[in-house]
Design a protein around this ligand. Structure first.
Ligand code: NAD
Ligand code: TYD
Length: 339
């Protein structure tokens, strides 16, 4: 079986590729990744020599490039589509790259996959397409999409294009919508790696607004196993929510990290709230649990411990990111408050 994974040099994509190579002996992987600021070749250092793995530097908006790849390396049995612009705060600065990659890129990829008769297309969407919840309730697969940020709106666009490909052409498409992931190799602009690496560097933790926004956290390997489960056993045209049933406010996340890392409360610095900040995400993942038998395996405590340990022992990985072009984004985003 030959699979094209897009976005395989990013956080979740690199875990997915490593997991597949380790657990699925008969699978070959072609990683299509444009290597944007969020991609990192060293995320897959340990598999580059595996004959079942190859990487092509290619944007999913490059139709001729994709067509050559599918022609030269086919037949392709499945596409697992993760490539995206993925950070909400960057989308608030400019939504254009989000529309280009997430909306246009997804449509091009769907069309190329259809033209080359790929048997299954797994589109990796997000819980953020549902918008925001109040204090109670859960997102179900039939909750109307109501995205609030340019990021989530672009993901909702791609999610609906995936649906349209199934409805219009009968293309075999499955969609997953997962809650917030955390774990090793996550780019340090996202909450948990930002706080952990700032903590290791003696820098403060910028907590947006009142800190009571809630996310449902899932350890990245649990997400990866869910993606494989849906690829193998999901029904064409269906959407599957994936979540950890692990709701935490940002302040709770910060407090738990403080105790794991032996820091003091003074590390938390409240800063201006994010524009359009979604209050609460919470997933009802009953469908994937009941119909496909997937369950999260890594507890929040275990997952955080593994994550903090990884960042402690991989300083070179995140220090080279933090001292590179990311430095400009960081100063721009937080400089005035943290100085
Ligand atoms: P990431 O930002 O870490 O990685 C994205 C990868 O996509 C990078 O390697 C980047 O180089 C690549 N990429 C970007 N634009 C591209 C383009 N035009 N063509 C080819 N490659 C391109 O993202 P992530 O956190 O690993 O998320 C992966 C997917 O999972 C995304 O679709 C995201 O929306 C979805 N998702 C993420 C989370 C989360 O908590 N991180 C939760 C639910 C869903
Ligand atoms: P983030 O990791 O950006 O994921 P998402 O916005 O996709 O949920 O943020 C998670 C939560 O943490 C979100 O409520 C915003 C908050 N947050 C902060 O309080 N401070 C920060 O510096 C960042 C990056 C996020």
């Amino acid at each position: 079986m030959r699979i094209v994974v897009t976005g395989g040099l990013g956080f979740i994509g690199s875990h997915l590729i490593r997991w597949i190579l380790e657990h699925q002996a008969a699978v070959e992987i072609i990683n299509v990744d444009a290597l944007t600021y969020a991609g990192n070749l060293s995320n897959l250092d340990d598999v580059v020599d595996d004959p079942r793995y190859q990487w092509h530097r290619l944007s999913i908006t490059d139709r001729p490039g994709l067509e050559s790849l599918f022609r030269d390396h086919g037949p392709i049995d499945a596409v697992m589509h993760l490539a995206a612009e993925s950070h909400v705060d960057r989308s608030i600065q400019s939504g254009v790259p989000f529309v280009e990659t997430n909306v246009l890129g997804t449509q091009i990829l769907l069309e190329v996959a259809r033209a080359f008769r790929v048997s299954r297309f797994l589109h990796v969407s997000t819980d953020e397409v549902y918008g925001t919840l109040g204090e109670s309730g859960y997102f179900r697969e039939d909750t109307p999409l109501s995205p609030n940020s340019p990021y989530s709106a672009s993901k909702a666009g791609s999610d609906l294009l995936a649906r349209a490909a199934f409805e219009t052409y009968g293309q075999d498409v499955v969609v997953t919508r997962c809650s917030n992931n955390y774990g090793p190799y996550q780019f340090p602009e996202k909450l948990i790696p930002l706080f952990v690496t700032n903590g290791l560097d003696g820098e403060p933790w910028p907590l947006y607004g009142d800190g009571h926004n809630v996310r449902d956290w899932l350890y990245v390997e649990d997400h990866v196993r869910a993606l494989w489960t849906v690829l193998e056993r999901g029904h064409a045209g269906e959407v599957y929510n994936i979540g950890g049933s692990n709701e935490r406010s940002n302040r709770e996340v910060a407090n738990t990290l403080i105790s794991h890392m032996g820091l003091s409360q003074s590390v938390i610095v409240p800063v201006k709230d994010r524009l359009g900040h979604d209050r609460r995400y919470a997933m009802d993942a009953t469908k994937i649990q009941k119909t496909l038998g997937w369950h999260p395996e890594v507890s929040w405590e275990q997952g955080l411990e593994l994550t903090v340990q990884w960042y402690r022992s991989h300083r070179t990985w995140w220090q080279s990111i933090k001292s590179g072009t990311y430095k400009d984004y960081y100063r721009d985003q937080y400089g005035s408050v943290l100085d």
